[in-house]
Design a protein around this ligand. Sequence first.
Ligand SMILES: Cc1cc2nc3c(=O)[nH]c(=O)nc-3n(C[C@H](O)[C@H](O)[C@H](O)COP(=O)(O)OP(=O)(O)OC[C@H]3O[C@@H](n4cnc5c(N)ncnc54)[C@H](O)[C@@H]3O)c2cc1C
Ligand SMILES: NC(=O)c1ccc[n+]([C@@H]2O[C@H](COP(=O)([O-])OP(=O)(O)OC[C@H]3O[C@@H](n4cnc5c(N)ncnc54)[C@H](O)[C@@H]3O)[C@@H](O)[C@H]2O)c1
Length: 607
Amino acid sequence: MHSSSSSSSSSISLYFPPPNCSVLNKRSHKNHVPQFSVRFCGLRKEVLAISFSQFKRCETQRVSNVLRNNVVSASVDDNESAPTSFDYDLVIIGAGVGGHGAALHAVEKGLKTAIIEGDVIGGTCVNRGCVPSKALLAVSGRMRELKNVHHLKALGLQVSAAGYDRQAVADHANNLASKIRNNLTNSLKALGVDILTGVGTIVGPQRVKYGKVGFSDNEVTARDIIIATGSVPFVPRGIEVDGFASFKMQCPLEAIVGSGYIGLEFSDVYTALGSELGMIGKIKLLDDLLGTKTFDDSFRQDLTIFASRFVTFIEALDQLMPGFDPEISKLAQRILVNPRKIDYHTGVFATKITPAKDGRPVVIELTDAKTKELKETLEVDAALIATGRAPFTEGLGLENINVLTQRGFIPVDERMRVLDADGKLVPHLYCIGDANGKMMLAHAASAQGISVVEQVSGRDHVLNHLSIPAACFTHPEISMVGLTEPQAREKAEKEGFEISIAKTSFKANTKALAENEGEGLAKLIYRPDNGEILGVHIFGLHAADLIHEASNAIALGTSIQDIKFAVHAHPTLSEVLDELFKSAKASHLRFWSLCFRNLPPLGYLKS
Ligand SMILES: Cc1cc2nc3c(=O)[nH]c(=O)nc-3n(C[C@H](O)[C@H](O)[C@H](O)COP(=O)(O)OP(=O)(O)OC[C@H]3O[C@@H](n4cnc5c(N)ncnc54)[C@H](O)[C@@H]3O)c2cc1C
Ligand SMILES: NC(=O)c1ccc[n+]([C@@H]2O[C@H](COP(=O)([O-])OP(=O)(O)OC[C@H]3O[C@@H](n4cnc5c(N)ncnc54)[C@H](O)[C@@H]3O)[C@@H](O)[C@H]2O)c1
């Protein structure tokens, strides 16, 4: 177990311990001068003998200032309010997936760890994000298949009627969330992580208060602190959200503002489950669907689902799904949007949304993204706002440590170390997950937490964010890792190298054809000169599971030349990637290019 004792010390001469100074222990320093470990002005200091009067004068001043001229050998901690012995090695604020991942790894590393949670364990992902939404998507996927007569016929199946029990579907999502929440809570308890309940506020360096807002009297000190406070829905200005859903009434959802991950996944749910489900809330934040981000349980909503006959996407950028590789977005549009009951407006901002009232519909004003002129007004029965997430850093006490957020995000360096308003590192303070905005994904939050724990336990670690995969759980799924083609082209131009593209189709894959799911594509972006994998994008059956071979290859620096010899079981979907890597044409001279990497360019040699 790591010791929770002093990390900073000073050496100052001491003849008598003054009244405000308690001697913790005394031992002999080299040259036989007595050395004391003292708590003085609230700080733990290692001191050598000095006079009592000198100590008295420094009662209200910084030890370093008063004793500057009297020290035998000194390195006084400049930071007066920083404790030098700690209740914990590590305190984590926020028990979402990021905080949870960090806590588990900290225990493995022998750190005495506490986690502070102001709401429920599991955060957004478990309670109102990944987990319940994937339960709904599991249902919508099966319903979609059962309703697809052509597909069933091709497999020789006959299903007379596919239907579902609305409450049972909602229960499935709710039960899954509570099961995972319990699993997370139990794992923390079983490993001896102290769960401290309440809102955490940083009150000074290495000090955190926690408890009910306004009554947080409990204070703990920690050698290192991780902020993992996550995010809340981002609602653009002009959009009014009219409260919470009660889900007793039928009402088709008509507009989804934002065609990112949430918009796309929920369009999959709505269009598959048809119009049997409904909602009352006319304008909804997705989070409100599954619970709300608040520390007051009275606001918590029952999980329910709703669906629509038609969905209209409103997207500010020029194409739907703008975050994905453009070729994959186009394919996704052809398969996930065009044949479904989905309409769309791109290149327009929803600048004003007025909730439905007195029998009048929801009114959405669309403003042209380029000209900024009002383009159109839509009237719909309901709208879902899925326009991104904003960091949740309110009440964290960042002002106490001179940290200024940037659009709400906590600034960090590549090691998740928090930067203060002057751009300097704040010692012993880290921020992971949605709150730092580097990559708003559950597994990214957790990976960042693990990376920080590695660092605080003495091993330098920098997480390669380009190796972190992402997936959108539509039917079929979309997944990606690394750069998109435009990003890779930009990098190649800047750094002066060529890129190549390889593609394989699911249509040639035995397993996909056996499942009658041949619609799909895998795309590889790589450097032909050295075989480096720059990005992989997959659209097709189980794309979310398939991506990991590529992400592990990027993380481990495996080249095309090496991975193309990896063996894949037959018949499996992973042969799509096998074929992809085999079809890439990377230079066989990689060995030599590695050997000569540091030599000057040929032109230089010739001259
Ligand atoms: C609908 C939806 C679906 C999603 N699906 C996926 C998906 O499939 N895959 C994926 O990778 N990501 C998904 N995400 C994103 C994912 O949920 C987030 O990236 C992830 O939850 C971020 O984790 P976190 O630990 O940073 O923050 P959070 O999960 O938000 O946890 C933060 C925790 O900190 C607590 N907290 C905040 N402030 C304080 C304080 N001052 N004191 C004490 N506690 C505090 C909060 O109560 C919360 O429990 C989805 C998000 C949504 C909304
Ligand atoms: N499967 C997953 O991994 C998954 C699933 C859901 C959510 N998430 C995470 O949750 C976060 C939030 O998801 P999201 O879909 O809300 O955000 P997003 O950033 O993926 O998409 C938001 C979309 O809304 C558009 N937009 C913003 N303001 C607009 C306006 N006024 N009018 C029209 N369009 C507008 C943006 O151009 C963008 O395309 C994401 O960061 C994502 O990483 C992940």
